[in-house]
Design a protein around this ligand. Structure first.
Ligand code: PAF
Length: 287
């Protein structure tokens, strides 16, 4: 696997791929790769020549967040990527964000859900993803649905700027317990991880209530919050909205998405589930 650290070299590499008419499939990550990332890479490989990137982006961490202790394991990551036959890893130095004066913001949607609790987070995410897109010029880029709001905002950014990249959502990969794979799970010990798995179980039971006929968004949310608190979680938010994240209403509808963020033992987790009645369930998010 070729490891590129310089922006100019990465640009030239991408340029040459394009000259040879190869499609570029891009998987941006912050490293400490897990099965969720592996699924992103596997999806990407079906679309073209795969470029993965690893960069723990300081722009998307707020003050007091876990930038310094965010798990890093470049040797382990290199091994995983080479075993997956990824041809190129872009591993930029911090000069990719130094002296940045221009930022990408989506004022409307960066302020709800995650944006309310992490006010500068999406500005940091959109800005680094735009930078990476400008360097790599991918034809396809892959984002996990655990970070649903991130996926939705990046997709909107690509549309708003007429970017020549198709944003592809990839299903959330879970532990057997239901806990969504996340690099931050490494903060838990075994017992903590087991306890944290109640998070998704509660989202699933809330989706079950909807299936059984409860349509009131308020009641569904109240049920989820009560169960989360009962299990020792601190709840940042539980919200039900449409896949474009912009509907406010009283009743939940088929295909809506239930999103939540909790804190447990000092670790912040997000997750979501699509709520559908069985005959409607297509198993995918419309995009
Ligand atoms: O999802 C992530 O790992 C990050 O937010 C991303 C998209 C790589 C941007 O830093």
């Amino acid at each position: 696997m070729k490891i590129i650290t310089e922006i100019a070299e990465m640009k030239e590499f991408s340029h040459n791929l394009k000259k040879s008419e190869k499609k570029i499939s891009f998987v941006p990550t912050m490293g400490k790769l897990h099965k969720g990332h592996i699924r992103l890479i596997e999806s990407a490989k079906r679309y073209g020549e795969t470029v993965a990137s690893i960069f723990v982006n300081p722009l998307q961490f707020g003050q007091g967040e876990d930038f310094d202790k965010y798990p890093r394991d470049i040797e382990g990551d290199e091994k995983i990527l080479s075993d997956l036959n990824v041809p190129v890893l872009f591993y930029p130095k911090s000069d990719i964000v130094k002296n940045t004066d221009t930022f990408i913001v989506n004022p409307e949607y960066s302020k709800n859900l995650e944006g309310l609790f992490r006010p500068s987070h999406f500005q940091g995410v959109l800005t680094i993803v735009m930078k990476l897109f400008c360097i790599i010029e991918p034809d396809f880029a892959f984002f996990g649905l655990k970070d649903y709001q991130q996926y939705a905002l990046i997709k909107k950014m690509a549309e708003d700027f007429f970017l020549n990249v198709k944003i592809i959502p990839v299903e959330t990969i879970r532990e057997e317990s239901g806990l969504a794979m996340s690099s931050r799970n490494t903060y838990f010990d075994v017992a903590g991880k087991e306890a944290a798995s109640a998070f998704y179980k509660i989202l699933s039971s809330t989706a079950d209530l909807f299936k059984k006929g409860e349509k009131s968004a308020e009641k569904l949310k109240r049920f989820a919050v009560k169960e989360l608190i009962k299990n020792g979680f601190k709840v940042d938010y539980v919200e039900i909205t449409d896949p474009a994240l912009n509907r406010k209403y009283q009743n939940a509808e088929n295909g809506d998405i239930l999103l939540a963020a909790i804190r447990y033992k000092g670790v912040r987790l997000i997750d979501n589930i699509i709520i559908t009645v069985p005959e409607f369930n297509s198993g995918t998010v419309s995009n």
